[in-house]
Design a protein around this ligand. Structure first.
Ligand SMILES: Cc1ncc(COP(=O)(O)O)c(C=O)c1O
Length: 386
């Protein structure tokens, strides 16, 4: 006799399935040989800090994003921090960003001593809203950071227009949006600078931490290169107080191998998302993220909303399906930011989403049988016949 929990793991065809939220090992298996060769070459060369592979990757990534320059960094948080430093943002300044983002966006602003000013998100696309940004601008505002959350470009038209009218630089947080397009233009090429994360689970992920700042501005490029490397123009010539936030050469070698696959991986994510939408349409009280017109989503996350979030997550866990929540506790409710003095209900849409969102498994290697299994479990949770 099968136990109840084992029966729940079985697909319609009777196979036992466990579906992890992300499966980094599956991706590694598909590129194992090339990765091994790339790492061996770096190890044999011995140029471990800002080595040739970093230059090669910066050039390739700049081309991928459609910008002139890219500067490797040690993480997505450090990419944002370097971008803010390159604009001389400092204590007394304010930077506007969405309340509905990962805390790193706000932490970067705090890291340069400035104040993160949060604004609520659009309840349908989950991204920043230009009208709310306009209301939050003060004489101290020095920059705006839209976040292309979940891999969907923020509504940039109005925002870029507003920023241009008010003379404010836009730093895109594209940590979740490698390859996403807004009106045919890549995220990371739309503002003064774009900041990316190569955290392992990202659409383009390293085997450790990594990040990148992209820009078309030669002055910012030079500044970023110096800032990430102790403020050096050349060895032991420190023109300003920089930090150590360099992209590791071994990680750059990994990223060079993976970047070639990214378009195909993003395409696979888009087709998984379509399948999810097809199989879950009209099921229970499920609501999908509204798609931004004229945009290409890269589905770093595939998110659904439901009023029964926690019960559905438990049910899926019993069925061997791991899910995520992005993010269960908004920034304004985190202890780290009590000094901002926000009230619980200051950002109602962000708060509402934090209690309703579930991220379903999403990665290129996800199989159709796994997607069918996940969707059939969700239908059975809601008692919706197939
Ligand atoms: C929206 C957003 N911004 C910034 C970051 C920070 O990136 P990292 O983890 O590489 O520091 C992340 C990812 O963790 C993120 O999702």
């Amino acid at each position: 006799m099968l136990s109840d929990s084992l029966r729940a793991h079985r697909t319609e065809s009777g196979r036992v399935l466990h579906v992890p939220f992300v499966d980094l090992a599956a991706q590694y298996r598909s590129i194992e040989e090339e990765i091994g060769e790339a790492l061996q070459a770096v190890l044999a060369d011995g140029d471990y800090i800002l080595g040739r592979q970093v230059d090669v990757f910066e050039t390739a990534f700049a081309q991928f994003v459609g910008v002139r320059y890219a500067v490797g960094a040690s993480s997505g948080l450090d990419a944002l921090r370097l971008a803010l430093m390159a604009l001389d943002i400092s204590p007394g300044d304010e930077v506007i960003l969405p309340a509905n983002t990962y805390i790193a966006t706000a932490l970067a602003v705090s890291a340069v001593g400035a104040k993160p000013v949060l604004v609520d998100c659009d309840p349908l696309t989950y991204n920043i809203k230009a009208e709310l940004v306009a209301r939050a601008i003060t004489p101290r505002t020095k920059a705006i950071i839209p976040v292309h959350l979940t891999g969907q470009p923020a509504d940039m038209d109005q925002l870029l227009d507003l920023a241009a009218r008010r003379g404010l630089p836009v730093i895109e947080d594209a940590a979740q949006a490698h390859g996403a397009l807004h009106r045919g233009r890549p995220c990371g090429s739309l503002g003064a600078m774009g900041c990316f994360s190569f955290y392992p689970g990202k659409n383009l992920g390293a085997y450790g931490d990594g990040g990148m700042v992209t820009t078309n501005d030669a002055r910012l490029w030079e500044r970023l290169r110096s800032l990430r490397n102790y403020g050096q123009r050349e060895k032991y010539e420190h023109i300003e107080r920089g930090i150590n936030a360099r992209l590791d050469t071994l990680q750059a070698a990994v990223l060079n191998v993976k970047l070639r696959r990214l378009p195909a991986w993003n395409q696979a994510r888009r087709s998984h998302a379509e399948k999810y939408r097809q199989l879950l349409a009209g099921v229970g009280d499920i609501v999908f993220q509204t798609l931004q017109p004229d945009s290409e989503h890269v589905y770093h996350l595939f998110v659904i909303e439901t009023g029964q979030r926690d019960a559905l997550r438990d049910f899926l866990a019993q069925a061997g399906v791991q899910t995520g929540v992005h993010y269960p506790k908004p920034i304004h409710l985190q202890k780290a930011y009590v000094d901002l003095g926000h009230k619980h209900a200051d950002f109602p849409h962000t708060l509402n989403l934090s209690g309703r969102m579930i991220s379903l498994p999403m990665y290129a290697e996800l199989g159709m049988e796994q997607i069918r299994h996940i969707c059939s479990r969700i239908r059975s949770f809601f008692n919706t016949p197939a």
